[in-house]
Design a protein around this ligand. Sequence first.
Ligand SMILES: Cc1cc2nc3c(=O)[nH]c(=O)nc-3n(C[C@H](O)[C@H](O)[C@H](O)COP(=O)(O)OP(=O)(O)OC[C@H]3O[C@@H](n4cnc5c(N)ncnc54)[C@H](O)[C@@H]3O)c2cc1C
Ligand code: FES
Length: 261
Amino acid sequence: MRTVVRVTERVVETPSTVTLRFPYPGPAAPGQFVMIWFPGDDELPMSLSYTEGASKGVTIKAMGTTSRNVQELAVGATVGLRGPYGNRFDLSARRVLVVGGGSGAAVLAPAAERAAAQGTRVTVALGATQSAELLFRHRFEEMGARVEVATDDGSEGTKGFVTSVAERLLTAERFDAVWTCGPEIMMQKVAVAAGALGVPVFCSVERHMKCALGLCDACALGPYHVCVDGPVFPAERLLPLAEFGRSHRDPSGRRVPFGAR
Ligand SMILES: Cc1cc2nc3c(=O)[nH]c(=O)nc-3n(C[C@H](O)[C@H](O)[C@H](O)COP(=O)(O)OP(=O)(O)OC[C@H]3O[C@@H](n4cnc5c(N)ncnc54)[C@H](O)[C@@H]3O)c2cc1C
Ligand code: FES
């Protein structure tokens, strides 16, 4: 589906993230993304942070120019959308550990919400740089999930990386699956820790995208096109790839280590 809609709601979630809601009546599944653009700027892939009903949403973290411009769109602004694209989280597990780092919670929240509504026991390990940046913490609590937090500066919860919270939960409790989204180095650590315990891990990954249709190769990750084979991958497909957790490709296809601009 390709359409132009007006923003109906703008919510400042944390100092660096904003949610835009808009009417988008077609079906969408947790894990899927849309390509979003507005006149005069580039198109960006954004996961749907709200997938239910006729009002969908995206939650944008301020990174570079385009994401800041999208964040600043006001209620009533016109945006172009195409999608939804990509695969979805498998919601069949009965006990799920959700591990979100920073804005990664945007793609995990609708999956957790739908799973909790169908009776899945959801535990969330939520990490951010500081307390104020814990995205969708109350949304996770309202759906009945148990939430454990970690902050880099120790302003709330465990001081340090969310991976230590995830590892503690994984050794103390039984889970049927782990869903994770955030920095790739974080997902890699979670995948190794859970994999050692035999718990399947599903990672939502990001790459540069152009067509979102599996045609242009911009989103190549090893033998996969993230736009059609993902963005949700079982960790056992990602862990053998030299790029996973280490590098991505820039708009020209050049390999760039994570952390470099
Ligand atoms: C499947 C998927 C889901 C995503 N979901 C979210 C989400 O829910 N929330 C969120 O905040 N971010 C999400 N992202 C990341 C987002 O698409 C951008 O990469 C990020 O916002 C940085 O863009 P920028 O313009 O601010 O960065 P800049 O570094 O300023 O970008 C430089 C240039 O590259 C373009 N560009 C940047 N990233 C991409 C990209 N991935 N594909 C195509 N062009 C790009 C910009 O438009 C600009 O022209 C997702 C990415 C993918 C692939
Ligand atoms: S964005 Fe073109 S193949 Fe994935």
